[in-house]
Design a protein around this ligand. Structure first.
Ligand code: ZN
Length: 336
C-alpha cells in the first residue's frame, strides 16, 4: 500500500473552439491562462492550460482543441463534472455574475452537510460546478490578481471531480488500494473518497486541496460518448518521479495496463484506464509551467516544445489564430 497521491493534478477536456474557450475561462471564470501550446501527439491542434497564477497542480484545467471530435454525451464511465472551490461567502457573487453574463446555472444545492453547489456548463457543454466550502480558508491564495474576479471571490482551484460508473466497487478499490483515497461519505448513489491531509501539507509543500473524488453510481446507464464538451481524463498529483515509479509499479501489479512514463514537459505522466473505463493519469508536481516562460509571461504567446520549435512557421499556418490575454504592463516595466 502506498500513500503517494496528494489529490487532483489536472483535468483535461475537449473543446471545439479555442477562442471561445479562452474568453469563457479567463473573462467569466477568472482563471489565468497559463499556457498556449500544441498537443504533443497532434501538433496541428492546440493544448490550452488554465489555473491559478502559476498553474499549480490542483488548479489546472486543460483542453485539447479537437474541432472534428463528435459531440460528447453524458453517461457512465466518464468524469461527469469538475468542481471548483469558492469561498463560503461567494455564492451570491457568482450567481449575480452568471446572471449578468447570461450564463445559465442550477442551484445552489446543498450537498452533504456543508457544501453549496452551483452547476453550470462551458460553451462546449462541459459540466462544471462551483462548490462553496469552508476549506477555501486553508487553501493557499495564489489566484491570478490581474483577473476580472475580485480576489476574495475568486476560484481557489479544484474542489473535486465526479466520476460516473455503472458499478462503483472496482473503481473504488483502485482509488483506495492504488491511489490512497479513503471512503468518507455517502449520500444516495454518491460515494465520496478523499486523500487525507498529510504532515507535508502543513509544512506547505502542497496545500492538500483538490483531494476529493465522488463516484456517482449509475446502474443501467448508457456509456458516455467522450467528445466535445467531455472530460478526456483526470490526472492525480504525486510529488516526485520516484513516487510515480512506485505508483506505476503497483498499478501494473494490480493487473491494470499503465503506459511508460511520458515527458509532458510541464510534468511527467503515466496513464492507465481504471476498471470502469475512465482514463486516469499520474502526473508529477514538478517542473511546472515556468520551465519555459517567466511567471509574468505565462499564457501570452504560443510556446512550443523544443523539438517542435523548428516547425513554428508551418504550425502557425494550420493553427487557428487566437487572441490571448494581455501581459500585465506594470509587471513588465518593473522587470525591465
Ligand atoms: Zn493529462
Amino acid at each position: 500500500m502506498n500513500r503517494a497521491i496528494y489529490g487532483i493534478h489536472h483535468v483535461t477536456a475537449i473543446t471545439s473552439n479555442p477562442q471561445r474557450n479562452i474568453d469563457f475561462y479567463v473573462n467569466i471564470l477568472g482563471l489565468r491562462f497559463v499556457k498556449l501550446t500544441v498537443n504533443q501527439d497532434d501538433p496541428s491542434s492546440y493544448h490550452l492550460y488554465y489555473g491559478d497564477e502559476l498553474g499549480r497542480p490542483g488548479t489546472i484545467l486543460t483542453f485539447f482543441h479537437w474541432p472534428d471530435a463528435p459531440k460528447g454525451h453524458r453517461g457512465a464511465s466518464e468524469v461527469m463534472a469538475a468542481s471548483f472551490l469558492i469561498p463560503e461567502t461567494s455564492i451570491s457573487y457568482w450567481m449575480d455574475r452568471f446572471e449578468s453574463k447570461q450564463i445559465k446555472f442550477r442551484g445552489p444545492y446543498k450537498r452533504f452537510d456543508d457544501e453549496e453547489v452551483i452547476v453550470f456548463h462551458d460553451p462546449d457543454g462541459l459540466e462544471l460546478e462551483l462548490v462553496a466550502h469552508k476549506s477555501s480558508e486553508t487553501r493557499s491564495i495564489n489566484v491570478w490578481k490581474e483577473g476580472p474576479v475580485p480576489i476574495e471571490q475568486a476560484i481557489r482551484g479544484f474542489y473535486s471531480v465526479t466520476l460516473s460508473e455503472e458499478g462503483y466497487e472496482r473503481t473504488a478499490s483502485v482509488l483506495a488500494d492504488e491511489l490512497g483515497f479513503i471512503p468518507t461519505l455517502q449520500d444516495g448513489s454518491r460515494f465520496r473518497y478523499e486523500i487525507p491531509t498529510r504532515e507535508s501539507h502543513r509544512r506547505g509543500e502542497d496545500d492538500g486541496g483538490a483531494n476529493i473524488v465522488d463516484v456517482l453510481c449509475l446502474p443501467y446507464t448508457q456509456q458516455a460518448v467522450i467528445g466535445i464538451g467531455s472530460v478526456h481524463h483526470v490526472a492525480y498529483r504525486t510529488p516526485s518521479d520516484e513516487q510515480q515509479k512506485v505508483l506505476r509499479h503497483n498499478i501494473i501489479k494490480a493487473g491494470l495496463n499503465a503506459t511508460p512514463v511520458i515527458d509532458r514537459f510541464y510534468f511527467h505522466s503515466v496513464y492507465f484506464r481504471e476498471p470502469g473505463g475512465i482514463l486516469f493519469e499520474i502526473a508529477t508536481n514538478p517542473p511546472g509551467f515556468t520551465v519555459d516562460e517567466r511567471a509574468e509571461d505565462l499564457g501570452t504567446h504560443l510556446v512550443l516544445p523544443p523539438w517542435l520549435e523548428s516547425m513554428r512557421k508551418e504550425l502557425l499556418e494550420v493553427l487557428p489564430p487566437v487572441q490571448l490575454p494581455k501581459k500585465n504592463e506594470m509587471q513588465h516595466t518593473t522587470e525591465e
